[in-house]
Design a protein around this ligand. Structure first.
Ligand code: IFM
Length: 433
């Protein structure tokens, strides 16, 4: 692998930091959502999480031990701006400055996400992502970070915008609304906030790179020769990731999405000039890729058919599809006009029943999954695809949103013990892939 290739791990503030009211931090929508009984498995909360606000030096130790040359983490907006706007909480800002400086001193490139789902609760009370002004609030926050943390290696405006749709339209993520119109409007406002933040970035002195992170779960037809399945997969792709990739990389919503809005009588509050901002040129694209999704228009049993055709499944019920990253990179280049350097900003697998035996979690299925991902990356770079980095989700077991602490994605346990996969990844990095 090219010597500049970034091997990293990813985390997010809301999933690891805990200390939700410490040193002047304001609450986020997830801190509040956890308080609604039954919204999170086992009624788990963000209150303590991995205590990374307190134990961040331990996290840096893990990073050094793994040998990563980059770390992807996010900033908790309400730790820096407890009300989402206005007065800065210096203690919160200093926390991220310290972390960033320490990483730089260790030769670990800081890859910072500005928004990983944790809107300040104070802004939620003003309408949150439904209030068009949120785009300016976000841009002001972003500008502050560009100015205060000038040495970051790269910034992403947003991580996985679809989570905001889920929070406003499906009720299972914070803030817990279940209104389709809300989900679509929240997403438009979020895209606008991305565009406005990029504009501020270009006006700043930051030497970092700017991009956005989108998760792409490519839908493939169960029967490629069945027209209905093919049409259905295409529609699903256009409505899921296409809903973000089209405006960002082609400057407009795609036709499938527009007719979906019309059919559902959803009128977006959007202006023509929004799309100029939303489609402003970026420096990189962050691809979160976990798996593909096989779909059938008729509701046929996908698992049964795939198994009959030689496919297989992991213990957690997910399909084991080794070429997910390979295929997805090819598809986003071809179908969505993504012509930027790509970083795989998240990839990993979660299990519920991991047990320590003789002092270690032997997560062989995770190792099998990662081996396939690394093979995909090798194939892509060998073919000359501009893929510049890979971040494993996640450094350690953490708060997996609605699943609480029961689903574990870490290569370290929550008390920071390496699993077998951490040793495997360390070796892989040492050999530069
Ligand atoms: O934990 C999440 C992360 O916050 C966003 N991407 C997917 C991960 C695993 O579900």
């Amino acid at each position: 692998m090219n010597k500049d290739f970034l091997w990293g791990v990813s985390t997010a503030a809301g999933q690891i930091e805990g200390s939700v009211l410490e040193d002047g931090r304001g609450l986020s929508i997830w801190d509040a959502f956890c308080r609604i009984p039954g919204s999170i498995r086992n009624n788990d909360t963000t209150d303590v999480a991995c205590s990374s606000y307190k134990l961040w030096k331990e996290d840096v130790k893990l990073l050094k031990d793994l040998g990563v040359n980059s770390y992807r983490y996010s900033i908790s907006w309400s730790r820096v701006l407890p009300d989402g706007k206005g007065k800065v909480n210096q203690a919160g800002l200093d926390y991220y400055k310290r972390l960033t400086d320490t990483l730089l001193n260790e030769g670990i490139a800081p890859n910072i996400t500005l928004y990983h789902w944790d809107l300040p609760y104070a802004l939620h009370k003003l309408g949150g992502w439904l209030n068009r002004d949120v785009a300016d609030w976000f841009a002001d926050y972003a500008e502050l970070i560009f100015k205060e943390i000038p040495d970051a290696y790269m910034f992403s405006t947003h991580n996985e915008p679809i989570a905001t749709y889920v929070g406003y339209a499906r009720g299972v993520f914070a803030p817990g609304f279940a209104v389709e119109q809300y989900g679509r409007q929240a997403n438009h406002n979020l895209l606008l906030s991305h565009g406005k933040a990029v504009e501020r970035f270009r006006a700043s002195n930051s030497k970092a790179k700017i991009g956005i992170v989108i998760d792409v779960w490519n839908r493939v037809p169960l029967c490629p020769e069945n027209e209905d399945d093919v049409r259905y997969a295409k529609e699903q792709n256009a409505l899921a990731h296409g809903n973000y990739l089209s405006p960002i990389f082609s400057g407009k919503y795609n036709d499938i999405y527009l007719s979906y809005l019309e059919k559902n009588n959803i009128k977006l509050q959007a202006e023509e000039k929004d799309f100029e901002l939303i489609s402003a040129p970026l420096d990189f694209f962050g691809l979160n890729c976990y798996n593909r999704i096989v779909v059938s228009a008729s509701g046929a049993n996908v698992r049964q058919t795939l198994t009959q055709n030689g496919g297989n499944f992991l213990q957690n019920g997910q399909e084991y599809y080794p070429d997910a990253i390979y295929d997805t990179v090819k598809i986003i280049r071809k179908d969505f006009n993504v012509n930027l350097p790509i970083y795989i900003t998240e990839n990993g697998v979660g299990f519920q029943n991991e047990q320590e035996v003789d002092g270690i979690v032997s997560d062989d299925e995770r190792i099998k999954y990662l081996t396939a991902s690394f093979n995909s990356i090798k194939r892509l770079t060998d073919e000359g695809e501009d893929v510049r980095g890979y971040y494993l989700w996640s450094l350690l077991d953490n708060f997996e949103w609605t699943a609480g602490y029961s689903t574990k994605y870490g290569i370290h346990t929550i008390d920071r013990k390496p699993k077998k996969s951490a040793l495997f990844y360390k070796e892989h990095i040492k050999n530069n892939g």
